[in-house]
Design a protein around this ligand. Sequence first.
Ligand code: GAL
Length: 396
Amino acid sequence: MLQATMILPLVLTTLVTVANASPLEPNKRLDNGLGKTPALGWNSWNVGGCSTATAANALTAAKAFVNLGLKDLGYSYVNIDDCWANKNRNSNGDMVADPSKWPNGIKSVADQIHGMGLKFGLYGCSGTQTCAGYPGSQGNEVRDAKLLASWGVDYWKYDNCYTPSGNSSGRFMRMRDALAGSGWPIFYSMCQWGNDAVWTWGRSVGNSWRTTGDITNDWASAAKIGAHAGTIAGFAGPGGFNDLDMMEIGNGGLSAAEERTHFGLWCIAKSPIILGTDLSKISASSLKIIKTAGLLAINQDPLGKAAAPFKPSGKPAPVSGKLYPYWAGPLSDGVVIGLIAVDAAATLSVSFADVPGLGAGTYNWTEVYGGTTGSGTSVSASLGLHDMAVFKVTKV
Ligand code: GAL
């Protein structure tokens, strides 16, 4: 039988355990005031992997944001991915920027980027090492978050390599709480490749979460990631969005039509748009796509609801894993419709009567890539293979 003297320590232990456990509660909302709309920016990884994690590349991208008019359109985060650090922590236990890549350290670059009215992001990992073998933050979350804050890092992409087995949520929550205690607002970009159905708990932990493994520079990859996004659209909302991975626009693996669909789908799915190309070499055609103001406005719509596939009457039903041609989603001032020529050049038409959020009647529409406008009871687009039209539809 338990005696009173034995019960008290038991109660205290239980209370302490509950208090310690609270930072890891999955239902604790992330409310860091950031990411009310999806992040817009650039990242070094799809440009050149490890070799591009340098101060020079960050500053070149920041200057391009200003000179190409991307900053004026809302692109703000200049992010450096894996391989920016020395392989070992210093004697204090802190991560150190590789001096051959960051001759004046990280803070000097972050300061310059802030001086241009932009924000600066870095990459780390929830395991013992990053995917490329640089220091991970496991067990050093609080120390590392403080270091990031001292450098003025505004965006932290947090990866999933060299991790212990088991559900990833605890690891990602530990960094959430470390960032929250760092004293500096840091956008928290979770990168655990869609594991553990992250979209079901992601909004209580991060500002965005990767939904799949890495994108590759080809149509099949973009189409597969896009198709998957259609199944989890309902989990996105202000403060936390499905991250369909960084853009491949400008990297040569996609036709102009495919680049339009890659950008259009990511925008209407409310994914972060993190450019992944060398902006000093981008073609006029690719630049035009990433500067499509009407699509950026849809992506940044304050309602923050992601578009999803819908089946117009008489059309074949969606097939699991395959990109579907008909998409729609609500906007704060209307509805967005996306039409994609998935299998062949095609003329695609939808009646507003079939579109979720609309219904039979006459509406105004604008096709945001071409700028054409009209009014009627349906929309139609003649598209080349893999091309996309995006209509913003509003009440007459
Ligand atoms: C992957 C991640 C990529 C990139 C890479 C760096 O795990 O998904 O986006 O960050 O690591 O090593």
